[in-house]
Design a protein around this ligand. Structure first.
Ligand code: PAF
Length: 347
């Protein structure tokens, strides 16, 4: 088994592509070609840096609300020298593309669930192992501690700075066919999963027929009946009106605590003057907990709305048979020491 050490995040130096720096007071889109005040102080430079922040969820989702708050506080604290423009609803790419954009420096800021980020940083896959966390509090403690810092270090090796940990709630199963009360009800069910090897393997072990795809394709697939089910937190089912995409039954399996990461491109960071960088990172570190609180507030509201729209919500569910059916998926995770650390931290 591969062993990892957990180090404080470090800052790698890479070239920058995406960030747009404008002349004093200007908001034109002229790219600054190599004449930024990178690393130095911004005082009196008068440059305005326009950053793009992308994610996959709608405007009333806490991902967007958190980015709006970040934009506001950063613009205020930098006297307008950093302007953050937000792009919700996958407007500039789905989560996997957005993450890739961070590594190339073509996107500045992203909040994404961890599942697609795992394709770039395999250590993060631990967070997508089903039934990993005892509850939300345990998850937050792990993420906000040394283990979370270690995962941010792994992220930084790919040219991405982890700012803070957010969440989207616990993932539950919905489908058009039948109530799911036990793994046998999943037998042969075509279900959209995220593009993540552990989600895929877990649903195979449960007897379903999983089909991994980006969220941008999932809605059409559900509407057209290409897949009969999906799994996501309640807020996603609510904000995307999944009851209008044939989803009649929802079972609160809570099989994955859907961790989200607020990320900054290293390229972008490198282009910013020192004082502006500090403000951006500092405020970015604050938005995770703000965003998590919003999810907690909105979760029950979403479940109520789904029930009002006629979705059958199965709350009283014995998850043990699901947990035991997928237990072998843990063996597939390469970084066993890391997994053990997370399990031990919850004893
Ligand atoms: O299922 C997914 O792909 C994700 O949960 C979503 C909806 C894009 C939110 O991060």
């Amino acid at each position: 088994m591969k062993k990892r050490k957990y180090l404080a995040p470090f800052v790698a130096v890479l070239a920058s592509l995406s960030l747009v720096a404008c002349g004093s007071g200007s908001d034109s889109d002229s790219t600054n070609e190599g004449e930024t005040t990178s690393g130095s102080d911004s005082t009196d430079s008068g440059e305005v840096f326009k950053l793009q922040a992308g994610h996959s969820l709608p405007e009333d989702h806490p991902y967007e609300k958190a980015f709006q708050k970040l934009a506001e506080t950063v613009e205020e604290r930098t006297d307008g020298q950093i302007v953050i423009e937000t792009f919700p609803s996958s407007q500039i790419g789905a989560e996997r593309e957005l993450t890739e954009g961070l590594t190339f420096g073509t996107v500045d800021l992203v909040v994404s669930s961890t599942a697609p980020v795992t394709n770039f940083v395999p250590e993060l896959g631990v967070l997508d192992l089903p039934f990993l966390f005892n509850d939300r509090e345990a998850a937050v403690e792990v993420l906000e501690g040394e283990i979370g810092q270690g995962l941010f270090s792994s992220l930084s090796e790919q040219g991405i700075i982890g700012l803070s940990w957010g969440e989207n709630g616990f993932r539950h199963i919905t489908n058009s066919e039948r109530p799911i009360n036990s793994p046998s009800d999943l037998e042969g069910l075509t279900i959209r999963t995220q593009e993540n090897e552990f989600h895929l393997a877990a649903f195979e072990m449960l007897g379903a027929s999983p089909s991994p795809m980006a969220w941008t394709e999932a809605l059409t697939a559900l509407q057209q009946g290409v897949v009969k089910g999906q799994e996501n937190p309640a807020i996603v089912a609510d904000q995307f009106d999944l009851y209008n995409a044939n989803q009649e039954h929802m079972t609160l399996t809570g099989h994955v605590y859907s961790v989200a990461i607020f990320m900054l491109s290293q390229d972008t960071y490198d282009k910013l003057p020192e004082d502006l960088r500090e403000i951006l990172v500092e405020e970015g570190q604050n938005i995770g907990s703000y965003q998590r609180d919003l999810i907690v507030e909105m979760e029950q509201e979403s479940l109520n709305k789904l029930a009002e729209q006629g979705m059958q919500i199965i709350e009283d569910i014995d998850v043990e048979p699901f947990r035991s059916a997928i237990s072998d998926v843990y063996d597939r995770f390469e970084y066993q020491e890391l997994l053990q650390q997370i399990l031990d931290a919850q004893q």
